[in-house]
Design a protein around this ligand. Structure first.
Ligand code: GDP
Length: 237
């Protein structure tokens, strides 16, 4: 019909402050449907990752923290991320696509005692580099068993993320293992310990078994994977 509104089309300029880094995609992606996730590729090293374009969110946690279960619960797919029988066995980075421009990244579980020191060191360097330099990385989900959060390897990982100014969202997993009161106390205690980084770090309870916190996780991921102006328009409609 040729009205001014039609001619204006979609505004694809990201809001200041919502995008940690600009990338060269001309169109802001829509909120992700996590159920559409599909396996894209594995990489034995960051260098072999898909092209550094678009928007991605990585998941990291100690072996046995419940990372595979969380990814499977989020995507409603039982077998997307393999639930590990042997902790630390897989050292592959797995990429899952949500759309042409949005990805979830499953980083290898860390903190497994039996991994040789040299392997650990190499992997730590890679992780640090990934957090510092990966342009498409918008945020890091860190998973910690609610019964023992903020272990030494968790703090190391968190330190790298904070140094890289990378936003972190912590899931206190297996929340069903604690009663409501103790679970809330742990949540408050972890928030308190990280209060000085509150602008970068958020924390929530999560249980794959009971479905606790799945919607909250989805909202956080979409804040990272979607331009804020798109989310606002979506809420208004
Ligand atoms: P990963 O090694 O971090 O990928 O951890 P997994 O997802 O394989 O989970 C490790 C173990 O914790 C498995 O035995 C899971 O069944 C169990 N687990 C994972 N999530 C939950 C949860 O929400 N509640 C309970 N009770 N157990 C869980």
């Amino acid at each position: 019909m040729g009205s001014r509104r039609d001619e204006r089309g979609i505004i694809d300029v990201p809001c200041p402050g919502t995008n940690r880094k600009m990338n060269d995609l001309s169109t802001a992606p829509l909120p992700a449907n996590f159920r559409n996730a599909f396996f894209l590729q594995s990489a034995s090293a960051i260098e072999n990752a898909p092209a550094d374009l678009g928007w991605e969110v990585a998941f990291a946690g100690r072996s046995n923290s419940g990372k595979s279960s969380a990814i499977n619960t989020l995507t409603g797919q039982n077998k997307l991320a393999r639930t590990s029988r042997t902790p630390g066995r897989t050292q592959l980075i797995n990429f899952f696509a949500l759309s042409d421009s949005q990805r979830l990244v499953d980083l290898p579980g860390y903190g497994f005692a039996k991994v040789p020191l040299a392997v650990k060191k190499k992997w730590n360097q890679q992780l640090e580099r990934y957090l510092q330099h990966r342009q498409s990385l918008r945020g890091l989900v860190m998973l910690m068993d609610i019964r023992h959060p903020l272990t030494e390897p968790d703090q190391q990982m968190l330190g790298w993320a904070i140094t890289a100014a990378m936003p972190v969202h912590i899931l206190l997993t297996k929340a069903d293992k604690l009663k409501r009161g103790p679970a809330q106390n742990t949540l408050l205690s972890v928030r308190k310990q990280l209060a000085s980084h509150a602008e970068l770090v958020s924390v929530q309870l999560f249980s794959s078994l009971k479905g606790v916190g799945v919607d909250a996780l989805g909202r956080q991921l979409n804040q990272w994977l979607t331009d804020e102006s798109v989310l606002e328009a979506d809420e208004k409609s």
